[in-house]
Design a protein around this ligand. Structure first.
Ligand SMILES: C[S@@+](CC[C@H](N)C(=O)[O-])C[C@H]1O[C@@H](n2cnc3c(N)ncnc32)[C@H](O)[C@@H]1O
Length: 451
């Protein structure tokens, strides 16, 4: 525990303002120094602002236990301005440190989120999401090359290449052909700000991590969109593949659950940089959509049971997408059929990355059971749907059964939690901004295999 000393808030033994600044800039050394000198009263005596801030700070100094205890103090109090910030923080602390208490955190967040939507409050407090590409969450060597704005495709990489991948993602997400008027409407209703996207040129330059073919509601993907993934998630996949190639992590790439194939196309395009020339992108899908759950557990936990859209796309369609992008070749291999039937006999020997985007409990388990043992040390598992109970349950169970301890990290693409949603602008009784209404609190996650 980090309660080596006690903060006497009144006497300002710990400079809360410096801590706030240090947390905001993700200055871990400074946070450590401040906390080492701090003299803290019992959590009950801290204000919510302090409890949230110290909770967050303790997370960064690797003390999740204290962190959760402080953050939970805020959550147990009547709903207030720091509630949402603390709820966000507690979730990621638990998720990044271990999976115990995950369900509790999820419930707390959902509750806090619902409450925040039903009232007009000032939302305050730093969250891990304010630290964008900083420290523990994003302080992974693979991000180092990508820190500078405009250079997401790699520092030192030729400009045309940056532009090529940008263009590819603009095509996959249908950004190029999106109806600007419709988009402007969505932006205005989501932000509650009539001056957002006022003219088409402002809207046309809104190419940020939240962009995806499905728009703000996260559902209907227009025919022109080749993936449901947003720019943030696609770019994260790009970081990972680039890291795998740079580090020489052995193995192929697998996308389990490809839908229209856009993300698999991106993975294949990135293999142009594979010096070995040996790697393959495996594209595994039923091409009949998400199956209904079979296992008893699946039947209990699966959200997909009642989904109308099951992401049913034919192999013929996906091959056609690959052909149009120019990547239907010997480096792309399709595995048509249900994972439990295709993966065990796929002939895959080593993988450097497994992208799991399957939405269901049985499907997630099937992929992990067949494929995780093939993942090289240094390779990555990326889980697109960590917000779904079914997926999270399967991941948690598998990790605990196989004693996997590598921390699960959030994919820094979570627009909603990183955006500064302007809840304060809303008067009581005013409608909830559209994207907040529909948003799920969690998003994609990943870990890197170290043993
Ligand atoms: C959400 S979509 C994938 C989205 C895709 N990654 C993208 O970039 O748009 C889920 C996909 O998983 C596939 N799927 C789910 N469970 C499966 C299973 N057990 N076997 C084969 N395919 C499965 C579905 O057919 C569907 O194409």
């Amino acid at each position: 525990m980090l309660w080596q000393a006690h903060l006497i808030a009144d006497e300002k033994v710990c400079d809360v303002n410096s801590l706030q600044t240090a947390v905001s800039i993700g200055d871990l050394v400074k946070i450590r120094e401040i906390l080492a000198k701090a003299v803290l009263p019992p959590p009950a005596n801290l204000s919510s602002a302090e409890a949230n801030l110290f909770g967050l700070a303790n997370f960064f100094t690797n003390d999740p236990e204290t962190s959760v205890s402080l953050l939970s103090t805020v959550l147990r109090r009547p709903f207030g301005p720091y509630h949402l910030a603390a709820a966000k923080n507690v979730h990621w602390v638990l998720m990044a440190s271990n999976s115990k208490g995950m369900k509790v955190a999820q419930d707390q967040i959902e509750l806090a989120f619902r409450q925040s939507l039903s009232r007009s409050v000032h939302v305050k407090g730093s969250t891990v999401y304010d630290l964008t590409m900083q420290k523990r969450i994003c302080n992974h060597e693979m991000y180092q090359r990508h820190r500078h704005p405009g250079q997401w495709a790699g520092v030192g990489v030729k400009r045309w290449k940056v532009q090529y991948f940008d263009l590819l993602k603009k095509s996959i997400t249908n950004f190029l052909y999106r109806d600007i008027n419709d988009w402007a409407e969505q932006m205005i209703s989501a932000s509650g700000n009539p001056s957002v996207c006022q003219d088409s040129s402002a809207c046309e330059s809104e190419w940020d991590i939240s962009q995806g073919a499905s728009g703000f509601d996260g559902h209907s993907v227009p025919e022109e969109g080749h993936s449901v993934m947003r720019l943030g998630s696609l770019t994260h996949i790009q970081f990972i593949v680039e890291d795998v190639l740079t580090q020489g992590i052995p193995g192929d790439l697998l996308e389990a659950g490809c839908y229209r194939g856009g993300n698999s196309v991106l993975m294949r395009a990135l293999l142009e940089d594979d010096d070995s020339g040996q790697r393959i992108v495996w594209v595994a899908d039923s091409f009949q959509g998400i199956p209904l759950p079979i296992s008893e557990k699946g039947k209990r936990v699966d959200e997909t049971r009642n989904w109308k859209s099951r992401y049913n796309v034919s192999q013929h369609f996906v091959e056609s997408v690959f052909r149009r992008y120019g990547y239907l070749d010997q480096k792309t291999k399709f595995l048509p059929g249900f994972f439990n039937e295709t993966l065990p006999s796929s002939g895959i020997s080593h993988l450097a990355m497994i992208h799991i985007d399957v939405d269901a409990y049985d499907s997630t388990m099937d992929v992990l059971e067949s494929m995780y043992p093939k993942l090289s040390v240094g390779g990555y598992v990326v889980i697109d749907d960590f917000h779904l109970n079914a997926v999270r349950t399967a991941i948690t169970e598998y990790r605990s059964k196989h004693k996997i301890v590598e921390p699960i990290l959030p994919v820094p693409s979570d627009y909603v939690f990183s955006c500064t949603a302007n809840l304060t602008a809303r008067k009581p009784g005013e409608p909830v901004p559209r994207h907040l209404d529909l948003v799920t609190p969690l998003s994609a996650a990943y870990w890197k295999r170290v043993e």
